[in-house]
Structure formats: structure tokens, C-alpha cells
Design a protein around this ligand. Structure first.
Ligand code: ZN
Ligand code: ZN
Length: 485
């Protein structure tokens, strides 16, 4: 979405406020008193009417000019950069976030450590076609895959037009070969093709190994046409021998596919990838709080992840998300001390297998949380509101959806399941919200060297902060159960 279109949306939002204001004006003073919200909630809206929602003015202000989210993502990408899970770079990222949260006035800021088995990408990432059309292709290793050794692997490449085709290959048929798997992912607002075609990365390497392959290269799981490989994690099933696995850029994959079309004999590749497992290292989850008035009420949990892949700078994934959630918590605090504590969780080691999310849930499972939601889909505008309590707490669901309609967010019947970093909410079977972001260009950048600060559109970043502020202000000041059960 262009900045121009976003402005048109926000203009529409202002128009949409008129009926809200007139409804609010009809509300009697007694009814307002019964809500026992801070007086500031009913200050005059510029242009007439009264504010209807807690921190409505803070959300509108964030929409126009939030600087906090940008301050976080600009700061961490400039001063730290890539934050590969379990490495000293991720540690520097956590230290940076701890300092920033303290400077911003968060309380109970901590880096809660956990141990993990750590993988690093190594230095050599090369794919060369040896025959019939010798030339280099651009490749990077997939997360968690073993090394080819510095001498590389030279073998015939066998092409599969889909993951299903690889699945149908007879057992042992890839012995001594390198498998190549392609896919047909296209951009979409909800990013759903990632789920349909991501299997080439998630399970392709394991399948290729089971068929006897000595290595695999895939067409990057992405939607851009740049020479940027898209990395990402894979896991080999129990008992399956891990094999070296790399992601070719989309243009290089297209080139390889043209070679298959023209080659009269085998296509041979030399693949050299030197990632390494370096053993147990320490990672951690960074947490901080806006302390609420009533410590007996379960807190609201806002999550993002602090780690990133080594090959970008972790701006879109997920520096932006950490900036958005922190900015929202602060804007809500500027409205007045919330009823419930708002806790931010910047999870460690998400990319390589949700280690931080698992560790957080394990450490805090006995501390009930009221509701959790996560920002981890870039920095483009939020377009859809989902919860898992539309049926159990329909009034609150409707109120939340209505409160963000002015920012161009649609209500949805889809049941929210939450992001990767809020395992604890699923483990506790508590309330979950999904604030779905526009993913049209997310997979152009996802896990690539192109995940850099300049890709963030500040107007869309601010729309995210506005929506998060409004939703958080409502749930953090809600005295009753959010889930409604
Ligand atoms: Zn992410
Ligand atoms: Zn990611």
C-alpha cells in the first residue's frame, strides 16, 4: 500500500468517528461515571464529540506521529544489526533492548536466560554449475543444516517441480545426487502461500535425505525477483540423516530451471556450504513491564522476537514488531496507569525453532496471563482483527473491532491462534488476539539480506502502533475476564 492510499484510509477513519462521537454524546453523565474511566477519556475530541475508548487520543496521536517504534527499530538495526540466535550478536541485541526499555521507563526489565544448541551459518556459501552451462549461482544455507565440508559436494542435480513430486520419488532413487525442489509461491495480503509452499523448505530436506540425496537446493521461499536467498529453519525428522541444504535466489532458481529444459545430459552442481553447530550457548528472553494498578489481575502479554537471521539486519523481521509493541505499551501508559500490567516479551531464538517461546512458557506457566498477541509480520498496515473470544466474550470482541475500524481494520470471524512467541497463551488456553498485517511484500524481504530499515514505511509503522495502542488500552483497562469463560 502506498502512503497516499494509507492517507485516504486515515481520512476515512476521521469521517467514521462522527457517528461514534454522536453516540458517545448521548451517553448520560451517570453512565460515564459508572464506567469509572479516567476523566481524560472524556476530554473533547478536536472538532467536537468526546473520546469513546481508553487512550483513543493516544492511538490517534500515534497514528499521526509516533516516533517510539521507529526509535527502537532504527536504533537496534544501526547499533546491533543481525542477531543470529544463540550468538554474541543476539546477546548484544538483548543488552541493547534491555537498556532501551529502561530508558523508556519500563519496570522489571530483565533478560531471562535459557540454553540452546546453536547453529551458525559459516563463511562459504557457493553453488556452481559445472556442466552443461558452467556459472555461479547465488545460494545461502538453510538454518540448522550441516556443512558440505570446505571441499564441497559435486553431483548431478535432479529437478522436482513440487514437494509432492519429491515425495513420490522412489526410495533410494536420489543416492549420490543433489535434489532441487521448486514451488509456485505468489504474493498475497494474508501471506497464505507461505503455508502452502513453505513445505519445500520445512520438510523438503528431510524428504530428500530419506530418498538418499546427499544434499538439496530449493528455490527460495519468497516472492521477489532479486538475487537474495531466503533462509529459514528446517528440522530433520528423528532418525533421518541431516544433509546440507541451501536456498537459491529466485532468479538463480529460474536460471537452473531453464538449464534443465535445455540440457541433453545431467546438470551437475558443486555445492559448498560451511555452516556449523557450535554446541550449547546461552540465549534469553527480554521482558519489561508497565505495571498495572491491580496486581491481582493477570497481565496482558505483548510479544515479538529479538533475534534475526544473520543475512539481513532484522528490521522487518522482527525489529519492527518489538518497536510496535513497546510503543503501544508506552502510549497506553501515557493515558494513565492501566488496570492490568502490560508485559512486553522480546523472545530470543525464535527463528531457529521458537526456543524463547518454549522457555518463556516453561518458566511462567503458573502465572496466568489475561490475553496475548504478537507482532511478527513486518511493518506494513494492519488490515484485520481476529480474536479467539468472539463467541465467549462477544461484547469485548465487538468493542475491540469497532475501536480500530477507524484505522482501516476489518472485523473477522477467523479464530485467532497467535504468533510463534506466545506459546504460553496456547499452553494456558487463554485469550489470543491476532492483528493481521498486510503481507503483500513481506515475502519479498523475509529472511533475506534485503531485510533492512529502508523497507519500513513509517506511515504504515505508525498505523500499527495506533492499532496496538487502541487494543492494548482496552484490554489493559478491562476488569473482567478477556476470554469471557
Ligand atoms: Zn519473525
Ligand atoms: Zn523470521
Amino acid at each position: 500500500m502506498s502512503k497516499h492510499q494509507l492517507r485516504r484510509l486515515s481520512d476515512a477513519g476521521l469521517v467514521a468517528e462522527a457517528p461514534i462521537a454522536s453516540i458517545a454524546m448521548k451517553t448520560s453523565i451517570l453512565a460515564l461515571a459508572a464506567l469509572s474511566l479516567p476523566v481524560a477519556a472524556f476530554a473533547q475530541v478536536p472538532g467536537g464529540g468526546v473520546y469513546k475508548y481508553p487512550a483513543q487520543q493516544m492511538a490517534d496521536g500515534a497514528h499521526k506521529g509516533d516516533t517510539i517504534a521507529w526509535d527502537f527499530v532504527e536504533g537496534i538495526t544501526t547499533e546491533v544489526g543481525p542477531r543470529q540466535a544463540g550468538t554474541e550478536a543476539e546477546k548484544r541485541g538483548r543488552d541493547w533492548a534491555v537498556n532501551w526499555l529502561k530508558e523508556q521507563g519500563f519496570k522489571n526489565v530483565a533478560d531471562e536466560p535459557f540454553m540452546m544448541n546453536t547453529w551458525v551459518p559459516g563463511e562459504v556459501h557457493k553453488a556452481e554449475i559445472i556442466s552443461p552451462f558452467p556459472q555461479p549461482l547465488v545460494v545461502q544455507p538453510l538454518g540448522g543444516t550441516p556443512s558440505t565440508g570446505p571441499e564441497g559436494i559435486t553431483a548431478e542435480v535432479v529437478e522436482f517441480g513440487s514437494l509432492a513430486a519429491l515425495n513420490e520419488a522412489p526410495e533410494g532413487s536420489l543416492k549420490g545426487k543433489i535434489a532441487y525442489v521448486t514451488h509456485a509461491m505468489t504474493p498475497s495480503q494474508d501471506g497464505s502461500h507461505y503455508g502452502y509452499f513453505g513445505g519445500a523448505r520445512f520438510v523438503g530436506p528431510g524428504l530428500a535425505s530419506q530418498k538418499g540425496a546427499m544434499a538439496i537446493v530449493i528455490k527460495s521461499i519468497g516472492t521477489d525477483q532479486h538475487r537474495n536467498p531466503h533462509t529459514g529453519v528446517i528440522r530433520f525428522p528423528e532418525g533421518v540423516t541431516p544433509i546440507p541444504a541451501g536456498a537459491l535466489t529466485l532468479p538463480d532458481a529460474a536460471n537452473l530451471e531453464r538449464m534443465f529444459d535445455r540440457a541433453e545430459g545431467p546438470v551437475t552442481m558443486k555445492l559448498t556450504l560451511t555452516p556449523e553447530w557450535i554446541g550449547e550457548t546461552q540465549s534469553g528472553n527480554v521482558v519489561g513491564e508497565i505495571v498495572g494498578k491491580d496486581p491481582s489481575l493477570p497481565p496482558v502479554l505483548l510479544a515479538c522476537h529479538i533475534d534475526s537471521w544473520w543475512n539481513g539486519t532484522g528490521a522487518f523481521d522482527d525489529g519492527a514488531g518489538c518497536g510496535i509493541i513497546s510503543a503501544a505499551a508506552l502510549h497506553v501508559s501515557h493515558y494513565g496507569q492501566p488496570l492490568r500490567t502490560i508485559r512486553v516479551l522480546m523472545a530470543g531464538a525464535e527463528e531457529v525453532g521458537l526456543h524463547g517461546s518454549v522457555a518463556y512458557s516453561k518458566a511462567h506457566i503458573d502465572e496466568p496471563i489475561a490475553v496475548a498477541y504478537e507482532s511478527d509480520f513486518g511493518a506494513d498496515r494492519i488490515w484485520r482483527f481476529e480474536s479467539n473470544f468472539r463467541e465467549t466474550n462477544p461484547e469485548l470482541h465487538a468493542k475491540l473491532a469497532a475501536s480500530v475500524a477507524r484505522f482501516g481494520v476489518a472485523n473477522s470471524r477467523i479464530v485467532a491462534t497467535g504468533g510463534a512467541d506466545i506459546n504460553i497463551a496456547r499452553d494456558q488456553k487463554t485469550a489470543i488476539i491476532d492483528l493481521q498485517q498486510d503481507g503483500t511484500r513481506y515475502f519479498d524481504l523475509h529472511h533475506t539480506p534485503d531485510d533492512t530499515l529502508d523497507k519500513i514505511d513509517i506511515d504504515q509503522l505508525r498505523q500499527n502502533v495506533a492499532v496496538w495502542t487502541q487494543v492494548t488500552a482496552i484490554v489493559a483497562n478491562e476488569p473482567g475476564s478477556i476470554k469471557g469463560e
